[in-house]
Write a protein that binds this ligand. Structure first.
Ligand SMILES: NC(=O)c1ccc[n+]([C@@H]2O[C@H](COP(=O)([O-])OP(=O)(O)OC[C@H]3O[C@@H](n4cnc5c(N)ncnc54)[C@H](OP(=O)(O)O)[C@@H]3O)[C@@H](O)[C@H]2O)c1
Length: 198
């Protein structure tokens, strides 16, 4: 599958490693352009392809891994993404690391407003980057990966990717309920849970 990272930083790199290990092509993007990502791509291997933000529509599944405050600007830099799956991995931290006060609204609902044409799935945001990067298979167990979204088909695509990575996806429901529990400040945020067979 062709995938893209919108905002290749700490979390974007951890997700890229998992995508590459599962055999997927990953377009790497940031605000500075492909030349700034060339060295990193060489380290990651031939499935890592530095790209312009304008080219991310070549991917089927895109991971949004930019800082919260940049989302409005990022959305204006991207091409038409109608019908694409956007995995929202962001958390609503302000530049001073305070949580943005969303008045009880799901952060993904706000992200969706900036990307009205995509099918949005919230995933992997509840883990610190080190736990996304870590091996999800722990003995006989698998780390849980919570997902939420309004479209069942898109959730099943993302759940498939998470399973390929080695996580055990757990569907928490739609954006307004499930993602609210997953986002920063919610009861599932920061949890590192391994599920073992009975
Ligand atoms: N790190 C974690 O443990 C963790 C865990 C869960 C969720 N998250 C969430 O994931 C997101 C990213 O976190 P991070 O720790 O990976 O941050 P990071 O290391 O700072 O990476 C963010 C990347 O976004 C890029 N970026 C910034 N503005 C951009 C723009 N206008 N267009 C395109 N790319 C842009 C930056 O690259 P350039 O400056 O070169 O453009 C940077 O490499 C945040 O929303 C954070 O809350 C992080």
């Amino acid at each position: 599958m062709r995938t893209a990272i919108i905002g290749f930083g700490k979390l974007g790199e951890a997700i890229t490693r998992k995508l590459i290990r599962a055999g997927h092509t990953v377009l790497l993007t940031n605000s500075r352009g492909p030349a700034s990502l060339q060295q990193k791509a060489i380290q990651l291997g031939e499935l890592a392809v530095p790209a312009e933000l304008a080219d991310v529509a070549e991917a089927e599944v895109l991971f949004l891994t930019v800082p919260w405050s940049t989302i409005p600007a990022v959305s204006k830099s991207l091409p038409e993404l109608s019908g694409k799956i956007l995995v929202d991995v962001t958390n609503q931290f302000l530049p001073d690391m305070r949580l943005d006060d969303l008045k009880g609204k799901a952060s993904s609902r706000i992200v969706q407003a900036h990307f009205p044409d995509v099918s949005l799935v919230k995933a992997l945001n509840h883990y610190f980057e080190k736990w996304v990067d870590a091996e999800p298979v722990v003995g006989l167990g698998h780390r849980l990966a919570f997902i939420a979204g309004d479209d069942e088909q898109s959730k099943s695509v993302v759940a498939g990717l998470l399973s390929e990575f080695g996580f055990q996806p757990l569907d928490m429901g739609d954006i307004d309920t499930g993602s609210l529990a997953q986002q920063a400040g919610g009861p599932l945020a920061g949890l590192n849970v391994v599920s073992y067979p009975a």
